[in-house]
Design a protein around this ligand. Sequence first.
Ligand SMILES: Cc1cc2nc3c(=O)[nH]c(=O)nc-3n(C[C@H](O)[C@H](O)[C@H](O)COP(=O)(O)OP(=O)(O)OC[C@H]3O[C@@H](n4cnc5c(N)ncnc54)[C@H](O)[C@@H]3O)c2cc1C
Length: 372
Amino acid sequence: MSLFGLTDEQLECGKVAREFCEKRVYPVTRKLDEEGLPDEFIAELAKLGYLGSSIPEEYGGMGVDVFSFACMVEEFARANGGLATLVAAHLSLGCKTLELFGSENQKSKYLPQMAKGGITSFCLTEPNAGTDVFSIRAKADPDGENYILNGEKQFITSADIAKFFVVFCKTEKGPTGFLVERNVDGLMVGTPEKKLGIRSSKTCGVHFQDVKIPSENMIGEMGKGLRVALNVLDYGRLGVAAGALGMAEQAFSEAVEYAKNRVQFGKSIASFQTTQFKFADMRTEIDASRYLLYYALSKCSEGKRFSIEAAKAKLKSSEVACNVADQNIQIHGGYGYTQDYNAERLWRDARITRIYEGTSEAMRMVIGGAYR
Ligand SMILES: Cc1cc2nc3c(=O)[nH]c(=O)nc-3n(C[C@H](O)[C@H](O)[C@H](O)COP(=O)(O)OP(=O)(O)OC[C@H]3O[C@@H](n4cnc5c(N)ncnc54)[C@H](O)[C@@H]3O)c2cc1C
């Protein structure tokens, strides 16, 4: 048994991702933040198997378990929040929808393409339906053997490069999920949002105008789309929690490193008790978020319900990531406010984890709902 009971195989997954990031991401993380992830870089991720890592082996992936997935996302997020977002959203939202709810035909047709790097976006949010997912307006009307999809999706991760879109829309029996390929007439992707952080991951609106979707691309039962989406979001939240944990770990180690080397009043600032107390609080909070995440992962891997555990893990890790990233800037003083250090990027990147895949308030609604 190793730290937190992780197996050697699970730890190895994190170690390999860390080695990849040390070579390919840390040296250029600022450039990726400014310019985005180039196509060649995404092709390399696909070639190394990262974009199929959690897809079952029978569908062309590597079939790693949820702990290994979390170790990988943690390492990616330490190096670059946008990279972690791209990989985690593709695997834990887009691909996971098909893995959990797709028909055998859909899985054998699409998952191997997704595992090879066919990025898959998850389209739930709309301009007027964010936390309130029940208000989605995009609709799919029957038309012979097809459905005709019309509507608008907002803030869709990786829509700029996605080959596949998992889209939730209204049908005559209620909200339903569909798999939509990119090269269909009437699908238009907007220009990427100008964002505070995770800038290497692109976020765009997607417009569907009379898009014809074959009925066989319906995912799960008609009218049960929100059950599909909410189940998948539980997995997504494990990914966000793992990413937030990675950002917190990175901010913590950068803060310690800086404090040990920065001399004021003839001493390192790490020697001041005020600084040590900051570290004590940061370390305790990061470990607490790791425990909550690993508890949620263990319930998930035992096949038990884990919605509330995933919500607690996301809530805690994201709030901790933002607090630790903030303290990292404080410990860096004025330098932390400049682009000469990572601290400001980590702070910008961490901020999204309290918003996407359900805000902190939405997580409290999930957790608190048990006590109505
Ligand atoms: C970078 C980025 C990437 C994203 N990627 C995706 C993606 O790939 N796919 C996708 O479908 N969506 C994606 N989203 C959308 C994201 O999940 C939503 O932004 C989020 O769920 C919040 O919805 P909203 O922005 O409409 O805010 P709103 O729902 O309008 O919320 C605004 C505020 O009101 C609060 N609030 C709302 N309802 C309540 C309530 N009942 N009680 C208390 N407080 C409440 C919220 O917590 C929040 O603080 C992304 C967003 C961003 C910014």
